[in-house]
Ligand binder design. Sequence first.
Ligand code: AMP
Length: 303
Amino acid sequence: MKTITGIAKMQEFSRQLHAGGLTVGFVPTMGYLHDGHLELVRRARTECDTVVVSIFVNPTQFNNREDFEKYPRDLAADRAVLEHAGVDVLFLPEASEVYAPGAATHVHVAALGEHLCGPTRPGHFDGVATIVAALFNMVMPDVAVFGEKDWQQLQIVRRMVKDLHLPVKVVGVPTLRESDGLAMSSRNARLGENERRLAPVIHRALSLAVDAYRSGEKRSSTLLALARAAIEESPAFRIDYLELIDGEALTPVETANDGSVVAVAAFLGGVRLIDNVSLARPRALDASSGADIRMRREDAHHA
Ligand code: AMP
């Protein structure tokens, strides 16, 4: 696996690949990798000849300094995990080069950024859209792979690519979960033992809404009340939002249909967890999915 830090070097390498007739698949991440990330790598590999993974904890998408500083980092293990997964290029841009002095340009995707996580995290999606656009210009991928775990982010990236006519195919991958249903997330590492035990309640609550929908209940208020009651059974959670939305427009819907998504953000201890499920029959991930390229973090340290 090749490691590239300079932006011009990354562009040059990508140009060479394209000149040689090879396609480039790209997985942008903030590191502290887990199996969910590797699912994206696997997908990029099926789509393209070459796989580039970036690790960049993007300061401009954190609206809180403490959250940025506490974001887990472990480059040594990430490197081993990616090597084991057969990634071709690890791209590690440096903040000082990404944001040169005087940087003043933002990508703002209106409307989509104003729902769900938008109000609680002002500026977050501008930070995301701007860095994704910039990373696309650095890596010049044919295909970029994102997780449905961050449903709002995925819709915003799709919109941006469409509006700016960026020559990148965006692929979404279903959320990879722990065996108890908790959506895999780098932030889970910040949960205490007790919180970790409680965390799967979020997915169970969303599943209650899905089950009720499949049994014929279409009223959003009823579906959300079921999920809310399940989460609020434990006083450890503080719900930021719990909404039934149109999966593309991200606006709340009163009557659920197969295009609806139930999305939640909740604080558990000091950690903000997000999750979502589609009311349409989910595309289940095979339980053995990704087993061939996975490596445990503990083992990665010894690799
Ligand atoms: P992050 O490192 O958290 O910025 O995530 C990088 C990419 O991995 C994003 O496209 C996320 O949506 C995706 N991702 C994070 N967690 C999961 C998961 N549990 N399953 C699938 N994709 C995920």
